[in-house]
Structure formats: structure tokens, C-alpha cells
Write a protein that binds this ligand. Structure first.
Ligand code: CP
Ligand code: NVA
Length: 307
């Protein structure tokens, strides 16, 4: 059996492969907008396993697979044997014999790694507690569309040092840009989790205004990620000063864009005037999940294509 390629973290693909993916994303998006049929994955089946809720990830993978000519099957832990203690290794053996590619949204990164270790087909991380690589594929593609190359730019991350933040930090080392992070005390980036290598792509700021200063892109995420709901009340208090508002956007470059992976909570991590304002590109960002993941599935199943 040939070992399949997986996408469990951003660094699973090289900078060159990611650059190729962005080129394919552009082509696949243009074809979709022109209503051109493109079915390279005809007769292929994607299995999507969700242990946490989702709107964008489910929709973009399911619609994306159909648009590429294949089909998608949705499984969750509530009504499959996954929620009744079947070992993840056994599930991987079986699911990967009946499908061509698997996407998983789960809790610990270790779960998806164990699944991938027993899978005959490519496995894609659709969000874990540690990483959300498909999101950052779409985010960087969106930045390139709006502002050009991300190399040498500065991204300001305001709020929780969560899965999305960790993935930005991995991407910064790959693409050579900087991430300025500001979190409340006690919620700082964990160097090991974020895979930091002291390469100067990351800087921590106590004051979120300092993190935003001069940034090309300002981004944030919910104060309480899925799986951490028990901490919600405490987090509401701790994060109160870490809202991206108009004043913070004014500290960034005048042409800075605002991103949020969504779902957003207006009045918490972001002010309505920012997410609904002129600098916000959140709807393009959400749409680009579809196009970027189609390019990703095409690459993992077919390798590089020329058409
Ligand atoms: N951004 C994102 O992954 O959204 P969903 O939780 O709706 O999939
Ligand atoms: N950090 C958020 C992202 C949701 C798409 C979470 O993990 O819940």
C-alpha cells in the first residue's frame, strides 16, 4: 500500500505545494464562477466525520466534492459507532476501505493523527483543538486576492491563542510573514503547540493596540472555542479588552483587511462596525473555503494536474 498524503497541519505541505494549491484555487474558482463543469473526481467518495458543529466546513466540503463530480457522506459521533467507543484505528481501517478521502473535525490533534496512521486514503483536518489548516488556506488565498503576496507582511491576531492562531503561526514560518499576537494574560501562545522555532515570525504584545499597529491584516476569532464552553463566563470577563473595534483598525495600515473565520459574535471579539465595515473581507474568506478545499482534494487525490 502506498502511504497517502494527509493534510493534518499546515506544515504537511511544502511552501511550493501550497503555492501550487493557490494557483489551482484561482483556476477552480474562475471555472466555478463561469459555470463550467469540472469533474476530475467523478466516482470518488469523501467521508466527512464531525465530532463538533459546523456550517462552513460541512457545506464547503460537501458542495465542493459534488462540484468536482464526486459524492460526500456525512457521519457524526451521535449516530455512528464512533460515539460508542469503537477505536479510532478500527474506524480508520473500515472507513478508508469504502471511500477515497476523509475529512475529520474532532477534539485532540492526536485523534486525527491516529486515524491517519491507519487510513489507506488521504485525511484532511477540518479543525481540531490545535489546528484549522483549511481555514488558513482560504485566508491566505483571500489575502492574495485582495492585496497580493503575503510574504513580508504583518498579520495581527487579537484574542485567544487557539487552533486558528496556531495555524497562522505555522503558516508564517512557511510563507515568511510576521504574526503579532495579543492575548489576555493566561491565554498566551504555547510555543510547542504552535510549533514555534524562534525564527522571528512571531511577536507577543500585552496591549492589543500595539499588536494591530502597522498590520496588513487584522484578525480574531471567538473568545470561547468549541469544547471550551465550561470556561465561557470566565473568558467573557478576561477577554473584554480584546475586541477588534474601529480604533484598533485605525492603528493598522490604512489598507489593512479584517478577517474572521466565522461564526462571529458582534460586540464580543469584534465590533459590528468592523465586521460589517469596508475593510472586512469575511464573506470572500468564507466563500474561499469552497475553492481552496476543492484544490486541496484534487491535489491529494490526483497530484498536480495541468488542465
Ligand atoms: N470557519 C469554520 O470552520 O466554520 P464552521 O465551524 O461553520 O465550519
Ligand atoms: N476557534 C473556533 C473556530 C470555529 C470555526 C473553534 O474551535 O470553535
Amino acid at each position: 500500500m502506498v502511504t497517502p498524503r494527509h493534510f493534518l497541519q499546515m506544515k504537511d505541505l511544502s511552501r511550493e505545494e501550497l503555492a501550487y494549491l493557490f494557483d489551482r484555487t484561482r483556476i477552480i474558482k474562475a471555472r466555478f464562477k463561469a459555470y463550467q463543469r469540472y469533474w476530475p473526481l467523478q466516482d470518488r467518495t469523501l467521508v466527512m466525520i464531525f465530532e463538533k458543529a459546523s456550517t462552513r466546513t460541512r457545506l464547503s466540503f460537501e458542495a465542493g466534492m459534488h462540484q468536482l463530480g464526486g459524492s460526500a457522506i456525512y457521519l457524526n459521533t451521535r449516530d455512528s459507532q464512533l460515539g460508542r467507543g469503537e477505536p479510532v484505528e478500527d474506524a480508520a481501517e473500515v472507513i478508508s476501505r469504502m471511500s477515497d478521502i476523509v475529512m475529520i473535525r474532532t477534539y485532540e490533534q492526536e485523534i486525527i493523527e491516529r486515524f491517519a496512521g491507519h487510513s489507506r486514503v488521504p485525511v484532511i483536518n477540518g479543525l481540531t483543538n490545535e489546528y484549522h489548516p483549511c481555514q488558513i488556506l482560504a485566508d491566505i488565498f483571500t489575502f492574495i486576492e485582495h492585496r497580493g503576496a503575503i510574504q513580508g507582511r504583518t498579520v495581527a491576531w487579537i484574542g485567544d491563542s487557539n487552533n486558528v492562531c496556531n495555524t497562522w503561526l505555522q503558516a508564517a514560518e512557511i510563507f515568511d510573514f510576521k504574526v503579532h499576537v495579543s492575548t489576555p494574560p493566561g491565554y498566551e501562545v504555547e510555543a510547542e503547540r504552535a510549533g514555534l522555532h524562534g525564527t522571528g515570525h512571531f511577536e507577543q504584545f500585552a496591549d492589543p493596540m500595539d499588536a494591530a499597529r502597522g498590520a496588513d491584516l487584522v484578525t480574531t476569532d471567538v473568545w470561547t472555542s468549541m469544547g471550551f464552553e465550561a470556561e465561557n463566563e470566565e473568558r467573557m470577563r478576561d477577554f473584554a479588552d480584546w475586541q477588534v473595534d474601529a480604533e484598533m483598525m485605525r492603528a493598522a495600515k490604512p489598507d489593512a483587511v479584517f478577517m474572521h473565520c466565522l461564526p462571529a459574535h458582534r460586540g464580543e471579539e469584534v465590533a459590528a462596525e468592523v465586521i460589517d465595515g469596508a475593510q472586512s473581507v469575511v464573506w470572500d474568506e468564507a466563500e474561499n473555503r469552497l475553492h481552496a478545499q476543492k484544490a486541496l482534494m484534487e491535489f491529494l487525490l490526483l497530484g498536480r494536474v495541468n488542465d
